[in-house]
Design a protein around this ligand. Structure first.
Ligand code: ADP
Ligand code: MG
Length: 150
């Protein structure tokens, strides 16, 4: 399993890392984000969305769990789904929330904050990203790609 570690010294830098990361994404990809509150997950997703050509402002979907963004630029990808499981207690029931269909659709890209809350229901073939709060403005971002299909 290959992994890349980035040290970010500002929210802008974290967005830039997300933006660069997005450029290598393929449709059907699932990205699981791990890390404490304030570690930079949503900030990263803002950059990721920008990298996919989404101009809409990305806010945390904390209260409604999932937000969907239409991709205009890439004909192979229909939607970016941004899921945030912060408010969910325990494990998510993926079928109840309709996430199973979203996950199975190869035209979507899905990024999930607090992915540990649906970990046992996520496919093995995914990209895990770990966020660590190092100092006030310093974060470690570790991108771990599953070896599947690489
Ligand atoms: P999470 O989604 O993991 O809870 P957010 O991205 O919403 O985290 O919040 C991160 C907070 O930390 C923001 O207030 C942001 O301004 C601040 N911050 C400071 N330094 C960084 C950095 N290097 N990367 C990302 N966020 C940072
Ligand atoms: Mg967040």
């Amino acid at each position: 399993m290959k992994s890349k570690i980035f040290i970010s010294k500002s929210p802008e830098e974290t967005q830039k890392i997300g933006e660069e990361f997005a450029k290598n994404l393929k449709s059907g990809e699932i990205i699981a984000l791990y890390g404490d509150l304030g570690a930079g997950k949503t900030t990263f997703v803002q950059g990721l969305a920008k990298g996919l050509g989404i101009t809409k402002r990305i806010t945390s979907p904390t209260f409604i769990i999932v937000k969907r963004y239409k991709l205009q630029q890439n004909p192979n990808i229909s939607f970016l789904y941004h899921i945030d499981l912060y408010r969910i207690e325990g494990q998510v029931n993926v079928e109840e929330l309709g996430f199973d269909e979203i996950i199975q659709d190869p035209h979507n890209i899905i990024v999930i904050e607090w992915a540990e809350k649906m970990e046992n229901q996520l496919p093995e073939e995914r990209i895990n990203i770990y966020f660590k709060h190092l100092e006030e403005n310093k974060r470690e971002i570790k991108i771990e790609e599953s070896s599947y299909g690489k």
